[in-house]
Design a protein around this ligand. Structure first.
Ligand SMILES: *Cc1c(COP(=O)(O)O)cnc(C)c1O
Length: 360
């Protein structure tokens, strides 16, 4: 069986070493020494000035919307994981969907301005598959209309634009460290901002808004993460180089073996590095996609329609809106298996089957 993804697990001894310390200290959660160390190590690794380790990527988005005091409408992309949209609704705001650029699969920045109304408070865009949005253009629009910018950078761990971490663009960026992501802490999330005032507020919000033994400074929630999760993050950080390297080799192998496939991959931001988070292909038709997916399922090779369906036309709590490029692409895009334990032979096998199906 070949799953579409499989969490990376480090050697168990590496993790066990951290457990001893946790037992000795008897400090299990609430901004413990391992969580603090993970934040410091990640700041250095990612070259960002401020960062918070939180419960997960979804809570990170909710906290970002809350501390920026957003209300009314938030312009966003319908081509993302459901948490991007649901966080907006959860925080009492209205998502306004703007279609994607069919080449990059990120929000079409050129179409944002037309969607702005007097109720718009922010833009919440996703770096889809880790491919950066047109961050410079979005910044220009945001400045002109006095809007806040949040990036759902759940897929973008390790990506830099012009040599600067993608996490430092926008007012706040969020990342997910969920097990299925390329670098993970089992469950976990990151919030990154370059503004110290926002960071301080986020840190309070993460801990119920508690500012001292007997005082409350903010409306807060429980956005903390545990020492056990931090330990997994610390161990996995030692392997992140190997993870990128293996994913790069698998990706290049797919690229080579699938050169005869009538499909395309998202056009990557010209000034960004790849992080090999996913291997998406846009096929010629939904019919061909279903045939390929069905035939691979029979061989127990699991692919995933990611992202499908469009968030603008499928959520029961929102009016349905069909945006042409998102509808079209979401029906034709398929993510192929990509994970650390996958072998080059397996990539060859999967690629061979796809070509056979196309040519049959
Ligand atoms: C995974 C993911 C999230 C949610 O992250 P969790 O850590 O699972 O809460 C949000 N947005 C995108 C684009 C994701 O892929």
């Amino acid at each position: 069986m070949i799953p579409v993804t499989k969490p990376f697990l480090p050697p168990q001894e590496d993790y066990n070493e951290y457990l001893q310390g946790i037992w000795q200290r008897n400090w299990l959660t609430n901004m413990g020494p391992l969580a603090t160390r993970l934040e410091n190590d990640l700041k250095k690794y990612l070259k960002v000035s401020h960062l918070l380790f939180v419960t997960n990527g979804t809570v990170a988005l909710q906290m970002a919307i809350k501390v920026l005091e957003l209300s009314g409408e938030i312009i966003t992309t319908p081509f993302s994981f459901v948490a991007t949209t649901s966080s907006i609704v959860w925080e009492g705001c209205t998502p306004v969907f703007v279609d994607i650029d069919p080449k990059t699969l990120c929000i079409d920045a050129e179409k944002i301005e037309a969607a702005i109304t007097e109720k718009t408070s922010a833009i919440l865009a996703t770096h889809v598959y880790g491919n950066p949005c047109d961050v410079e253009f979005i910044e220009t629009i945001a400045k002109k209309h006095n809007l806040k910018v949040i990036y759902d950078a759940a897929h973008a761990f390790g990506v830099e634009v012009n040599g600067k971490s993608i996490f430092e663009y926008g007012d706040i960026s969020t990342c997910s460290l969920h097990s299925t992501k390329l670098y993970h802490s089992v469950e976990g999330g990151l919030i990154i901002t370059t503004e110290l005032d926002l960071l301080k507020k986020l840190a309070l919000v993460r801990n119920f808004g508690i500012s001292g033994f007997d005082s409350f400074a903010e409306l807060g929630l429980n956005g903390k993460n545990s020492e056990f999760h931090a330990a997994m993050g610390l161990v996995n950080l030692n392997y992140v180089h190997d993870i990128f390297d293996k994913r790069r080799r698998l990706t290049e192998r797919y690229d080579c073996k699938l050169s005869g496939l009538k499909s395309y991959k998202p056009e990557w931001h010209s000034k960004a590095n790849l992080n090999y988070a996913y291997y998406p292909i846009v096929l010629e038709s939904e019919e061909l996609l279903l045939k390929m997916k069905g035939d691979l399922d029979k061989q127990e090779i699991f692919t995933r329609r990611y992202f499908y369906p469009s968030l603008a036309s499928s959520l029961p709590y929102l009016p349905s809106l069909e945006l042409p490029f998102t509808e079209d692409i979401s029906k034709r895009i398929l993510c192929l298996p990509l994970y650390y334990d996958l072998t080059l032979d397996e990539v060859d096998w999967i690629s061979g089957l796809l070509l056979e199906i196309q040519n049959s």
